[in-house]
Write a protein that binds this ligand. Structure first.
Ligand code: GLY
Length: 254
């Protein structure tokens, strides 16, 4: 159950956020801010913490990468992209009233988008952003026996770009991304390859926030037991231009 969520406002410099491919249309910051407001509204009753934007941090809206909540603690990460390494300090200050902070030190790097809690396990993607030392530090915090390391191909930015937890034992997993065998004991909800982006879903405890514009994903979720009333579609065109998705725009805890 998500009862609190932290977000960060979008700076004007968002037009310079990291993107692996130059978008055909430039980012429209006003539209991005409207979409961010729709995203926040989808959290309903959750108590919200909003951190100011930092113009020196074009990617700062993607707060999930800067902290991982483990029980009553928050691991303040050292993001793998050097241009993002000054993002965590403001997030840490905003989380400090709620959680005990543990701060990651060099040479460790870890992006929270690579960390997925599902049932009693903590999956972590070893990626271009998350290194061995970062995984080691996460393991110390969550308990090594719970940790499952998933090697990601360079084409996958973050673990949760292709898999995300739904309710109970269900995971949404993009077809042809990772083997379902990596996730034994879970019911896999298959997201078609053409809609891989939509495998990134925020589960709020009974309701799902999903990316707008992915009809086959809605059909797959319907077959998995989620009807329209359980789903909240939000627009994502502008964060998508910056390689962002849904989970990465919030830090969620209870
Ligand atoms: N633009 C999001 C990221 O590369 O981390």
């Amino acid at each position: 159950m998500v009862t609190r969520a932290l977000f960060r406002a979008i700076p004007d410099s968002f037009t310079r956020a990291i993107s692996r491919e130059t978008p055909t249309e430039p980012i429209d910051v006003a539209k991005a801010r409207a979409q961010h407001a729709a995203y926040r509204a989808a959290f309903g009753d959750a108590r919200q913490v909003l951190v100011d934007a930092d113009e020196a941090c074009p990617d700062c809206v993607f707060v999930e990468d800067t902290a991982v909540v483990v029980g009553t603690k928050a691991l303040i990460t050292r993001p793998g992209a050097p241009s993002r390494q000054r993002e965590p300090s403001a997030v840490a200050a905003a989380l400090a009233p709620y959680l005990d902070l543990v701060t990651m030190e060099p040479p460790a790097t870890l992006d929270g988008g690579d960390v997925m809690f599902a049932n009693d396990r903590c999956y972590v993607g070893k990626s271009t952003r998350t290194n061995e030392a970062g995984i080691e530090m996460l393991g110390r915090l969550v308990g090594r026996e719970r940790l499952v390391v998933v090697d990601l191909p360079p084409s996958v930015l973050h673990l949760k770009c292709v898999v995300s937890p739904l309710e109970g034992d269900q995971l949404a997993l993009a077809d042809e991304s990772l083997s379902p065998d990596v996730f034994p004991g879970f019911e896999i909800v298959r997201i078609p390859v053409a809609e891989t982006y939509a495998a990134n879903i925020v589960a709020l405890g009974g309701r799902l926030i999903v990316a707008e514009g992915y009809p086959r994903t809605l059909e797959a979720l319907d077959r998995a037991g989620y009807d329209g009333g359980d789903l909240c579609e939000v627009p994502v065109s502008e964060v998508q231009k910056a390689d962002g998705s849904l989970t990465c725009q919030s830090i969620r805890w209870s």
